[in-house]
Design a protein around this ligand. Structure first.
Ligand SMILES: C[S@@+](CC[C@H](N)C(=O)[O-])C[C@H]1O[C@@H](n2cnc3c(N)ncnc32)[C@H](O)[C@@H]1O
Length: 390
């Protein structure tokens, strides 16, 4: 990862790197390069905080605090001991270390994390006379170690809790789409943020709510706080200014429709509740309907859908029926573009449409595709004798 030691790293679901890089460029970063599962970018403190508040497709924004080559655990400990932890972890702060290790001289990521933890504790105890505690849950300073080959990088995680947690969704939701993935897929679809959109299998409403947030220019982090706000070197005035700017940018009204439907009334109730919690309820509509018979009250330009395909929902013919119903619905939307998320090629054929584009993604542990379909425009109505006569 060229220049990785001095650049921030934003992480995302595999397949969304290009949209994440575009988001970073739009935020003003000059030096952005895609890496597997993320993008490296040059940032000062302001841009790093802005990215944490505004990135829609990212799950994490990591600030580099040290790095170098390591051949074994002792070298890792030495590398981590050279980092000025006394400036990065406050006297009453807790911290945690999460490690990922790939193609490295060692494979035990838990022990790698432990060595970095020891280095933090030993260095701070030597300088302050007291040691910081480790917290598994909600640490003040979450640290991340990434070892690829012999290159070890140490970061502070500016977000803490993953950025997909926008703060509007109840914890208990069955088979939801991650908010960051939904936003990334909308960006990938090239939606203009200004034309009518329908999700006919909306479940807990993630696509529709993220579409509303995009169109209303609502910062994805508007309703939550971040670990970086508690860091010893946090800049409260900067965060206040960024939040004020985010509030000023919010558009209270949209002049086009965003609609979600699902046959499951419970899911629709959750979707409506989440839209209220996000402050976006006035911009979206949800209704209970089966896609097989659902007639949208307006002509959507974009249809997005995440029909059931994973291991956690339904089985066999029930899944086939859902995909057929989606195909039937799409044929009722002449001229629309549809993007459909699928991890099961054997199901997509039941749409009865041919994809014009297939974008590979890795969602959780599953390979998936974001598939684009162009629904044929309605045939021109043949002129009737009455038309001619009038
Ligand atoms: C994978 S979930 C969608 C998750 C959603 N993207 C979210 O953010 O929560 C699939 C959804 O399709 C819905 N569904 C399946 N068949 C349907 C049909 N024929 N008509 C309407 N909804 C259907 C299910 O009720 C379920 O909520």
């Amino acid at each position: 990862m060229t220049g990785a030691r001095s650049r921030h790293l934003a992480q995302c679901t595999r397949g969304l790197e290009a949209v994440l890089a575009d988001e970073l460029r739009a935020l003003g970063s000059k030096s952005v390069s895609e890496v597997a599962g993320g993008a490296l970018f040059a940032a000062d403190a302001e841009l790093a905080c802005r990215a944490t508040l505004w990135l829609r497709s990212a799950v994490r924004v990591l600030e580099p605090v040290g790095g170098g080559r390591v051949g074994d655990f002792d070298q890792l400990y030495e590398l981590a001991s050279r980092i000025r932890w006394e400036d990065l972890v406050g006297p009453r702060h807790t911290f945690s270390v999460h490690a990922t290790v790939s193609n490295a001289p060692f494979t035990d990521r838990h022990f790698a994390a432990l060595r970095v933890k020891d280095a933090v504790v030993d260095r701070i105890r030597a300088r302050r006379g007291s040691r910081p505690d480790v917290a598994r849950h909600d640490p003040d300073v979450p640290l991340r170690l990434i070892v690829r080959g012999e290159e070890a990088l140490v970061f502070r995680d500016l977000a803490g809790d993953s950025l997909h947690r926008r703060g509007y969704r109840p914890v208990q939701v069955k088979s939801p789409l991650s908010e960051a993935v939904a936003a990334g897929l909308l960006l990938l679809a090239g939606w203009d943020r200004a034309s009518p959109l329908v999700d006919p299998m909306c479940g807990s409403g993630t696509f529709v709510i993220e579409a509303a947030a995009l169109a209303a220019d609502r910062a994805p982090g508007y309703g939550r706080s971040f670990a970086a706000e508690r860091f010893p070197d946090a800049a409260p005035a900067l965060w206040r200014e960024l939040r004020r700017e985010a509030r000023d940018r919010l558009r209270p009204r949209l002049d086009f429709a965003l609609l979600g439907a699902d046959r499951h009334a419970g899911a629709v109730g959750i979707a409506a509740g989440s839209a209220r919690a996000a402050g976006l309820a006035d911009l979206v509509r949800f209704q209970v309907a089966d896609a097989a018979v659902f007639e949208p009250p307006f002509a959507p330009r974009l249809v997005v859908a995440n029909p059931p395909w994973g291991e956690r929902l339904g089985a066999g013919s029930e899944l086939v029926a859902s995909w057929r119903a989606l195909g039937t619905f799409l044929r009722r939307c002449p001229g629309a573009v549809a993007w459909v998320l699928s991890g099961a090629p054997e199901l997509t054929r039941h749409l009865g449409l041919r994809a014009s584009r297939r974008w590979p993604l890795r969602i959780g542990q599953l390979d998936a595709r974001w598939l684009r379909y162009e629904v044929r425009p309605a045939p021109e109505r043949a002129a009737t004798p009455t038309d001619r006569g009038s």
